[in-house]
Each structure stands twice: as C-alpha cells, then as structure tokens.
Design a protein around this ligand. Structure first.
Ligand code: F6R
Length: 243
C-alpha cells in the first residue's frame, strides 16, 4: 500500500491552486467521475478556484456524480445549518452541477437507508475522488473518534470537540446539532483517489498524528495510510511546520 504523498505549499491560496490542479487533471481524464466533496472552510478556496476555471471555460463538472459526505441529522428543509446547502452554495451552483447528479445521504440516518446507500454507491462503482478536510480531533467527514476503518455510512453523535469547532459557523455551541449522518470510513477508504487538505496552525498537530502517529480508531484520519487508492495530502506551511 503506497503511503500518502505530502505536498507542502506556501499558504491557503497556493493550496487552493495546487488542489484545483489535481482535481482538474483528474476530471479531465474522465469527466464521468464520482466525487465526494467535503464542506467546511478548508476546501472553499479550491471550490472558488474551480468555479473561476469553470467561468473561463477551462473546467467542466457537468458530468460528475457528486456523493454527499455528511450532514447534520434531521434538519428541516431550508435549515441554514444544512451542509447540503453549504455544498450547494460552494460547489454545485458555481459549477453548474444539477441536483439530480447528487447521491444524497438519508437525512434521518435510518440504518436500513444508510445500508442501502452504501450498496447503491458500491453498485455504481464506488468513489473515484474524495476531497477531504480533517477535524482537529482527526475526524474525516463526521467519522468521529473512535471510528473503525470498516465503519459504514451511519448516524454519529458529534463529539464536544467537533461541536465547539463548528460553533464558529453557526453562532454558539447550542446552535450546533448533536448528531450527524456520515459516509462511513469503509466506502471512503475504498476511493480510488483521496485528496486531503489542511490549512493553518490549528491543523498542524493532527496532520502529523494522522501521518506519523499510531494508526487507530481514535485518530480516524490515520487510516488514510491504509486507504486502497492513491492518497495525496496538500498542506500549507502553517499546517505543517512549527511557527
Ligand atoms: C465537512 C467535513 C469535516 C471537515 C473538517 C474540517 O463536510 O466533513 O470533516 O472537513 O471538520 O473542517 P474545516 O475545513 O472547516 O476546518
């Protein structure tokens, strides 16, 4: 199993460009790819860069299939905290990707529906490219610690650390839902290609633990070292080197 390749770039704008080069080359080689895009702050620069290339006629995402990575559980329609809404604003609309090209997670996380989701994803050939961020606690998607490498798509209880980290998007801790539905580590780690992005000093410790620390359920991102496909980690200096 090849180890993740690490590319260190100067700063967040350089990270967005480097990641966009990887995504654009991957999609150009086969426009019908199946892609999982993380929400959160880290990939926003990448998505803006792709949108810019799309406007300039240099990137066509219209044939992609998008697989939803995660969402808070059981939000009502139009809830401002929906991560589907975040993905829609950051990626689908700017890249003119139609709603019907998205494989959506079951919003209520019903176990039978989650199992059916994993089966359908597998029947469609699985994930070609997963674009991921990492939580300061090592989560991938909302696979919170502890998560086993074989974990399926399911409901998870969010940890205090994640609720505190996500409060910055929604106001305060009490505005953050306590449960989520996440694509499991099993389908994620079976992706043909994984691009992990990390930016800023808050991610430095977890990036090094994930790549060099003990591999295990308490650092879900450490399982990237046993992913089936090619893993590329792009980090900026602040997320890699001591200040
Ligand atoms: C978001 C997601 C999360 C984030 C992670 C990092 O869909 O799945 O795993 O990627 O929490 O978030 P940011 O990028 O906001 O630091």
């Amino acid at each position: 199993m090849p180890q993740p390749a690490v590319e260190v770039v100067d700063d967040a704008p350089a990270l967005a460009r480097a990641a966009a080069d990887v995504v654009a080359a991957f999609v150009a080689a086969d426009p019908d790819r199946t892609v999982v895009p993380a929400t959160g702050e880290t990939p926003l620069g990448l998505y803006a860069e792709l949108a810019e290339r799309h406007r300039a006629g240099r990137f066509d995402a219209s044939s992609l299939t998008i697989v939803q990575l995660d969402d808070y559980r059981g939000l009502g329609p139009g809830d401002r905290r929906s991560l589907y809404g975040w993905m829609d604003r950051a990626l689908l609309r700017p890249l003119a990707i139609a709603d019907d090209r998205v494989l959506r997670l079951p919003a209520d996380g019903d176990p039978d529906a989650c199992a059916a989701f994993d089966r359908e994803l597998e029947a469609r050939g699985g994930i070609d490219l997963a674009i991921l961020g990492v939580g300061e606690n090592g989560h991938l998607g909302f696979n919170e610690p502890p998560s086993a490498a074989g974990s399926p798509t399911r409901i998870v209880a969010l940890t205090r650390a994640t609720i505190a980290a996500n409060a910055r998007y929604w106001g305060s801790d009490t505005d953050v839902p306590t449960e989520a539905v996440t694509l499991g580590l099993r389908p994620l780690l079976a992706s043909r290609r994984i691009l992990l992005l990390a930016s800023g000093p808050r991610k430095r410790e977890i990036v090094h633990r994930a790549l060099d620390g003990p591999m295990g359920d308490d650092v879900p991102a450490s399982f990237l070292r046993r992913a089936e496909g090619e893993v590329t980690v792009i980090v900026d200096r602040a997320a890699w080197e001591p200040a």
